[in-house]
Design a protein around this ligand. Sequence first.
Ligand code: NAP
Length: 274
Amino acid sequence: MQRYAIIGHPVSHSVSPKLHNAAFAAVGLDCHYEAIDIDPADLGDGIASLRSSGIAGFNVTIPHKKGILPLLDRIDDAARAVGAVNTVVHRDGVLTGYNTDIHGFRALIAPFEKAVNGGTVGILGAGGASRAVLHVLTTSFTPRRIVVLNRTTERAEEIAGEFSSSPVPIVPESLFQDELQELVSGLGVIINTTSVGMKPYTDASPLEQIDFRRDQIVADLIYTPAETALLKAAKEAGATAVGGLEMFLQQAAESFRLWTGKEVNMRKLWEGLE
Ligand code: NAP
């Protein structure tokens, strides 16, 4: 039996073991996927032990997506550009890192291509997920301008600097400012990459008391809950609200494809699990 896992801290809440074990069963592979909690201080030892155990592959989640880079033998170009790895393949003794959040976000945003291209896109947050979103928006789409709004403005400035060679102008802004309503009203597409509103703090929103327009598209990468407070407010204003489940399922499908070479319909599996 081949072993797979997700590593993170904490990680016991992850639904990835359920989903991937269902996927292995669906394609008839004798594999098992488990959640492994690794404290950031033990990441080096943890990866060495996974390597010697002969694990076939693993997902990487918060807070290890960045820290794992120097511990791998090879890193895929897109994952290196984003500076984060969420999938590792262990083949012939070589650990190779990929970032399938890129595939997941591309699938989430693809139906809104018309609004993104030529439009002004606002990204809330400047962490790992924000970098994957910026990578997709600047390499697969042609927005006129991207505004990165973050609680810590220095991080928004840092990320804008990292993507400064992109053909799209990237403007860093504070998420806490007097002109926030005006700024948000100027956005055609809004993408939340902060963790604000995630279970169990489901009443919180990164844009409290902000009015949305009917023609705005508001996406949230959070998928627990399926409808965040941000999406609820957007929906009530008549805007298009898009949850993060599609991204989660598509990143999982791409990880599974990298490990097994097999395509699975993760949405169908997810609906079965629910
Ligand atoms: P991260 O690197 O830790 O970044 C977290 C971001 O949230 C930072 O910009 C941080 O701002 C902001 N933030 C945290 N608490 C805040 C608060 N109280 N008020 C305002 N801003 C706050 O995390 P990440 O890896 O980017 O993940 C972010 C979210 O995306 C998580 O909810 C994760 O579940 C979700 N995600 C979903 C998928 C999917 O498949 N759907 C994939 C990846 C990530 P500061 O810089 O000021 O700290």
